[in-house]
Design a protein around this ligand. Structure first.
Ligand code: GYE
Length: 304
């Protein structure tokens, strides 16, 4: 059941693949790094890439896919901003016999409408973050949650995974939860608002759905004359270079890595499809948990 030929069989393998990529936007450092891996990998494979930045709008993404279909691309990569509302455009691509690979966030569409999805397990990321926080606080913690884009599978699943583990500890609770759209400035603004309305001494930790919002929260906490990473613990997801800098300064405590390296896997899947080979329905990337102890090393490794 995990494997299927999702699309009609290709007529023949094109000499040079043309692939349309509809990307979410530039909301975070992780996102821009991920776009870069797509550009680099496409160039390395001599793939012609049509790239459209949707500026966080599903409407723009649907228009982009229409454009790709009209341009007659061989395949489409879709990094969807939100989870629902994709059925009819995916059907159009299927009617045009163009395989679609869903990359990063998920869609709630029938599996037969896309070739495969390449992504991390966001729920697992949430579980890892909560497990770390539970051990760091002996299971006693009032938590501020900074959520990602509303309606995105990444935000929803990180939230659910975190709750799954948090709920094993009766003295851990989320006291405030607000969406910051995965953006640094919003992370800061939201945290400033929270520090103005809540008693900061009752906040034990910030759980941020990405590093950028965590870095925004660090600034807000510093502006309130508190010590981030100490007075308020911070755990987030992505493992971007800037979070390692923050860890080197003692400002955040842990991050769950979201591997940016999905381009090769997505292009491999498309190439396999054109070779008539089976492609699994989910190609999972994994990432570890990182701490201040190795932050300098990780920063160097990722920026050299
Ligand atoms: O964590 C965040 C980005 O979709 C999982 O989107 C991804 C998230 C990532 O903007 O930084």
């Amino acid at each position: 059941a995990l494997t299927s030929h999702a699309q009609a069989n290709p007529v023949s393998t094109p000499a040079r693949l043309t692939i349309g990529f509809s990307q979410v936007g530039t909301e975070s450092d992780w996102r821009t790094a991920f776009s870069d891996t797509i550009f680099t990998e496409a160039a390395r494979r001599n793939i012609e890439l049509l790239f459209l930045d949707a500026e966080n709008s599903q409407e723009n993404q649907i228009a982009a896919i229409h454009y790709f279909i009209e341009a007659g691309v061989d395949a489409i990569l879709l990094a969807p901003v939100i989870e629902t509302g994709w059925n009819s455009i995916l059907q159009e691509a299927q009617h045009a016999n163009i395989p679609v690979v869903i990359i990063d966030r998920n869609v709630t569409a029938d599996e037969s409408l896309y070739l495969t999805r390449v992504s991390s397990d966001f729920r697992h990321e949430g579980r890892l973050a909560a497990a770390w926080l539970a051990q760091a606080t002996a299971g006693r913690c009032n938590i501020v949650e900074l959520e990602g884009t509303v309606g995105s599978s990444a935000a929803r699943d990180r939230h659910i995974g975190f709750l799954e583990v948090m709920q094993l500890f009766p003295d851990m609770r989320i006291t405030v939860s607000q969406p910051g759209d995965f953006r640094r400035e919003l992370g800061q603004q939201i945290m400033e608002g929270i520090l103005n309305t809540e008693d900061p001494s009752k906040i034990c930790a910030v759980w941020s759905h990405n590093d950028d919002m965590a870095i925004g929260a660090v600034q807000a906490i510093k502006n309130a004359n508190l010590d981030p990473g100490d007075d308020i613990l911070i755990v987030s997801v992505d493992a971007i270079p800037d979070i390692f800098l923050a860890m080197m300064n003692g400002d955040t405590n842990a991050t769950v890595e979201l591997n940016t390296n999905m381009a090769g896997l997505a292009f491999d899947a498309i190439e396999r499809y054109f070779n008539g080979e089976d492609v699994p329905k989910w190609i999972r990337v994994t990432g570890g948990l990182y701490f201040p102890a190795t932050a300098a090393e990780e920063y160097a490794r990722r920026t050299q």
